[in-house]
Design a protein around this ligand. Structure first.
Ligand code: M6R
Length: 606
């Protein structure tokens, strides 16, 4: 949420900052701006809208200097407007901020009592004004003094008017990466935005201040003593975040899913059995738990629900799945025989991160199922299973979800094996079914996309779409509905098929579309009855079903037949179809598929 960039070096500062911001636009796109410092002080330009708008302004702005900071905003306090856009500058400082200052109202009053006029509605402006008030020529000392006054979360990039050769950074509860080349340095909220220039970086830790110069980086800890940090090296390649010929990142990321599953097969299946040794997790760590608690947000939580289904079925271990924003304030009951699993694509989601810190502080065992290597949550848990999906750019998560459910499926099999509730032969069988998936998925895209596109045109006619199913199908339609509403702005609601007649069926009329998923053999008859009830009330039906299932012709007029695989691996096929459906609806509505309104990729505020 909000992207921060910074650059120190010999190249054109504005060009590099604009390029970095373009890569981070998915973190927020309400307004954009940048500041550059030189011997004459700080210059700032900013505007509402997207990075392209500030890029145009740069051409005429004549900004020179070796150091700059930039920002792309996801509005928290105050509407998207120029005065609320970052950077917030005074004659002495300029700052870009990601996070929320919770005591900003008090600080505003304090500043006003000292004659300051706050120009914006943001919480961030108080940081600039406080730095201005306290600045005594010692940037690090002033930053520390001000940080002690701030409550909340803040990743900051800062320029001082009389320091033309350094960008400063300070972080608490928001990601900040410092990219390293021999003769230039970068600051970024996101590794992805600097990979074009370097794969060497530092991750800033809590309360660290960085002084970033062309030839060196100094980092100071909370006690203001200098810290020597080891460099990390990213193994992601620059360029993988390009669209590679696809019209949208989302479509490209859907297409990458067979490859993502293949990566997980290579890493997490050995000798035909699930294996997490590549993630460093010993078996004797995994076989001590009597209960599992999964904590996540959004799509990652829906992945957790599928995980619950598999873990309970394969390992017979009870699982709770809890929304991270609820978990952190609910005083959760956790014991030493509970394993907590945090699931997150970004590894930076504020609520999931806070929950992870809470669990760590309570001394409870925890693992992360995380896509972003080096992200904050990865540092709060005992072990991480990296989901190997590569950079996901589209705000709507697709391949990361697929990777999360893939890991959870194998993890559940592993727990089942260790618990003795599954035989080795059975686990071999389930793994073999999983190993076949990449090829089946590839073929599914070839065979079904045209039909899915035609059904997208059908969806367009409805303002409200219901999704329904039973068992794993229900868990899948929760995610299908989220995907549709997120990018097509159609009101999409998911209900367990058996729940329809406990209320929602009153909404079924000829104006409603119901998308029903029927891939689970053991509840097929029940689901079909529920679907009949919808038809009987004039509802329009789109049925997704598994080949070979016995379904009467009258229900098949609008239907998609999915390949026949075991019930437990059907979610991998159903998920891809539901993603493609949402994608084509959004395309048909000519919406900004990769950057849906009001959303951001990485939710680093509560
Ligand atoms: O980065 P995370 O996986 O922690 O993000 C969690 C949610 O914000 C995320 O899944 C969100 O729901 C997606 N935009 C859904 O497509």
């Amino acid at each position: 949420m909000c992207g921060i960039s910074g650059y120190v070096g010999p190249r054109k500062v504005c060009d590099i900052i604009v390029k970095q911001l373009k890569k981070m636009e998915y973190r927020g796109y309400d307004s954009v701006g940048l500041s550059v410092v030189n011997e004459n002080g700080i210059k700032t330009i900013k505007t509402v809208g997207r990075v392209a708008a500030v890029e145009k302004m740069v051409e005429n702005a004549n900004l020179s200097g070796a150091c700059g900071i930039g920002h792309t905003r996801w509005a928290t306090h105050g509407e998207p407007s120029v005065r609320n856009a970052h950077p917030h500058s005074t004659s002495k400082v300029s700052i870009v901020h990601n996070g929320i200052i919770e005591n900003s109202e008090e600080l505003k009053k304090w500043l006003e009592s000292r004659g300051y006029v706050l120009e914006s509605e943001t919480d961030s402006e108080v940081i600039a004004k406080l730095l201005d008030f306290y600045y005594d020529g010692n940037p690090v000392g002033t930053l520390r003094k001000v940080s002690l006054l701030l409550e909340g979360a803040y990743a900051l990039g800062i320029l001082f008017y009389d320091v033309a050769d350094a960008v400063f950074a300070l972080k608490k509860d928001g990601p900040l990466i410092v990219g390293i080349c021999d003769d230039e340095k970068f600051l970024s909220s996101d590794l992805n935005a600097i990979l074009e220039y370097t794969n060497r970086y530092f991750v800033l830790e809590e309360d660290e201040i960085a002084v970033i110069k062309q030839d060196k980086i100094e980092i100071f800890g909370a006690d203001n003593k200098e810290i020597k940090k080891a460099e990390s090296v990213a193994n992601w390649q620059a360029g993988v975040s390009d669209k590679q010929g696809f019209p949208h990142f989302m479509r490209k990321e859907i297409a990458e899913q067979p490859c993502v599953i293949s990566n997980i097969i290579l890493k997490n299946i050995k000798d035909g059995l699930p294996n997490f040794s590549a993630d460093g997790i010993p078996d004797d760590y995994l076989n001590r738990f009597k209960r599992v608690c999964i904590v996540a947000c959004g799509t990652a939580r829906y992945a957790g629900l599928a995980g619950k289904n598999w873990i309970e079925k394969f390992a017979r271990i009870p699982v709770d799945v809890i929304i991270a924003s609820e978990f952190r304030y609910m005083d959760p009951i956790l014991s030493k025989d509970t394993l907590v699993i945090f699931i997150s694509q970004s590894g930076e989601t504020a609520d999931t991160l806070a929950a992870a810190r809470l669990v760590k502080a309570a001394g409870i065992n925890a693992i992360g199922i995380i896509n972003t290597v080096g992200s904050s949550i990865t540092r709060e848990v005992d072990y991480n299973i990296f989901t190997e999906a590569g950079i996901e750019v589209a705000v709507a998560s697709t391949k990361a979800y697929m990777a999360q459910i893939a890991v959870l499926y194998l993890f559940a099999l592993k727990l089942g094996l260790l618990a003795g509730s599954l035989t080795t032969g059975k686990v071999h069988f389930f793994c073999n079914e999983f190993i076949d998936l990449p090829e089946i998925l590839e073929q599914l895209f070839v065979d079904k996309e045209e039909k899915i596109e035609s059904f997208a045109m059908l969806c367009l006619k409805f303002e409200i779409v219901f999704f329904t199913g039973r068992g794993l199908d229900y868990l899948l339609v929760l995610e299908g509905a989220l995907k549709l509403k997120e990018i097509s702005y159609i009101n999409a609601q998911a209900y367990a098929a058996g729940e329809l007649k406990h209320g929602p069926i009153s909404l079924i009329t000829k104006d409603a579309l119901v998308i029903a998923l029927a891939t689970q053999g053991y509840v097929l008859r029940k689901t079909v009855s529920n679907v009949q009830e919808i038809k009987a009330r004039g509802g329009n039906l789109l049925l997704l079903f598994k080949s070979g299932m016995d379904i009467s012709e009258e229900l098949l007029s609008n239907s998609i037949k999915l390949p026949r695989v075991g019930d437990d691996v059907m979610p991998f096929l159903a998920a891809a179809v539901l993603q493609l459906l949402a994608y084509h609806v959004a395309c048909a509505k000519k919406l900004d598929v990769d950057k849906p309104r009001n959303l951001a990729k990485s939710v680093t505020v509560e």
